[in-house]
Design a protein around this ligand. Structure first.
Ligand code: NAD
Ligand code: 9ON
Ligand code: ZN
Ligand code: ZN
Length: 372
């Protein structure tokens, strides 16, 4: 049984090998806290990972911002951070075959391993997800200990994906969720992106900036990026967006002009509010497809007379382990690159503050052992 030792108010810590720093969700509806906790030891089947980088995702903010009633009944405290890369440190009996020092990405959408979706390697769509969270392995950083700590304990070795030699493990951290989710989304929608097609990305944050690059790498589609922040539209252009549009009431009309009146064939709503979903529907082409990626609270009316003919819509949840291996390989070729802004453990709160106020320049990645 793990035990929280004490909360650290500043950078002072106990000089002990058996303790480590961990950034934890300790109290419902309150901000996370830097704590000192026992360093985990790998038991049977487990692998201890020395964390290289742990990405800061917008979904983490929901943990402390949303009322407790909207979240699963997690056991607190736990270490946050679900975008994890690192090096194999130590393996328990029957744990990973990977040698100590191997750089790995951690797949975080853990499933039950027994249902129909898990049987077809779609753990992200596990049919027993509620039980996995309530009484099973849970998900790292989302109910059980995650990666914003000096070490991370991986319970199952098949969740460790080796990184290509030229890929910096710190830069690779956002690929484990921001990259994985957008790669999965785009890969399964490629049949909407024939020659001459248009894809729209709404929300150019951590996920959106990777989505633009993945769209450019996997398709010949015209890519239009939409954001409320002009600075993010500059980022979108740098990552290969052909056109950019400021979010607002005029945006659907502007997108129609950019597509000779047809509208967009694929729209990724990476925000998910009423406004962005309404924009997505208004900008969609006949037989277009909307994928809702953002976990905003919005919805849109779906009725025969309310949407373009032939419109389809879906949601996504992370991606599969093979999607993770593929996006990591793509990044290894240099076709996709995460913009990262690194923070020490002591500055983890600052990273979340900057995410909340929208002032990050790249995906925030906490580097518990400092840059390599
Ligand atoms: P982020 O904070 O890095 O980026 C959000 C971006 O959206 C920012 O650039 C912001 O300016 C922009 N934005 C906000 N309101 C907008 C509006 N009305 N119109 C256009 N742009 C707007 O967030 P992130 O970490 O990239 O996460 C994005 C969303 O994806 C979050 O809701 C997160 O919870 C969700 N998410 C979903 C999955 C999944 O599996 N479905 C996985 C990871 C993250
Ligand atoms: O990966 C994320 O950011 C989301 C999908 C996490 C939500 C969850 O509970 O797994
Ligand atoms: Zn996430
Ligand atoms: Zn399952």
């Amino acid at each position: 049984m793990r035990r929280q030792l004490f909360k650290i108010a500043d950078s002072v810590r106990l000089p002990s090998k058996s303790n480590m720093l961990a950034y934890q969700f300790t109290t419902w509806e309150e901000d996370f806290e830097l704590c000192e906790v026992p360093t985990p030891e790998p038991g049977p089947g487990e692998t201890l990972i020395r964390v290289a980088g742990a990405g800061v995702c917008h979904s983490d903010l929901y943990l402390c911002d949303w009322p407790r009633s909207m979240l699963p009944s997690y056991d607190l405290p736990f270490t946050v951070g679900h975008e994890i890369t690192g090096w194999v440190e130590e393996t328990g009996p029957g744990g990973s075959d990977l040698e100590a020092g191997t750089a790995v990405a951690v797949y975080g959408a853990w499933g039950c391993g027994a249902c129909g979706q898990c049987a077809i390697q779609s753990e992200n769509y596990c049919e027993n997800a509620a039980e996995v969270v309530a009484s099973g392995p849970g998900r790292p950083g989302l109910g059980r200990d995650g990666g914003i700590a000096e070490f991370f304990l991986a319970p199952m070795s098949h969740h460790l994906v080796p990184l290509p030699p030229d890929l910096d493990p710190v830069e690779a951290a956002p690929l484990t969720d921001a990259g994985l989710t957008t790669y999965h989304t785009i890969r399964q929608s490629l049949d909407h992106l024939d020659e001459g097609a248009t894809a729209v990305v709404i929300g150019v944050g951590g996920l959106g900036s990777l989505a633009i690059q993945i769209l450019r790498a996997l398709s010949g589609a015209q890519v239009i990026a939409v954001d409320i922040a002009p600075a993010r539209l500059e980022v979108a252009r740098r990552h290969g967006a052909h056109q950019t549009v400021l979010s607002g009431e005029d945006a659907p009309g502007v997108i129609r002009e950019m597509t000779a009146g047809r509208g967009a064939d694929l729209i990724l709503d990476i925000v998910g509010t009423d406004d962005t979903l309404s924009l997505a529907v208004s900008a969609a082409a006949i037989r277009g497809h909307i994928t809702v990626v953002g976990i905003g609270p919005g919805s849109f009316p779906m009725g025969y007379l309310q949407v373009p003919r032939g419109l389809s819509a879906s949601t996504v949840f992370w991606g599969t382990i093979s999607d993770l291996a593929e996006v990591v390989a793509l990044a290894g070729t240099g076709a996709v690159k995460s913009d990262t802004e690194t923070f020490s453990m002591q500055d983890a709160s600052l990273a979340y503050q900057k995410l909340r106020e929208g002032s990050l320049e790249g995906r925030a990645v906490i580097v518990p052992h400092g840059p390599r």
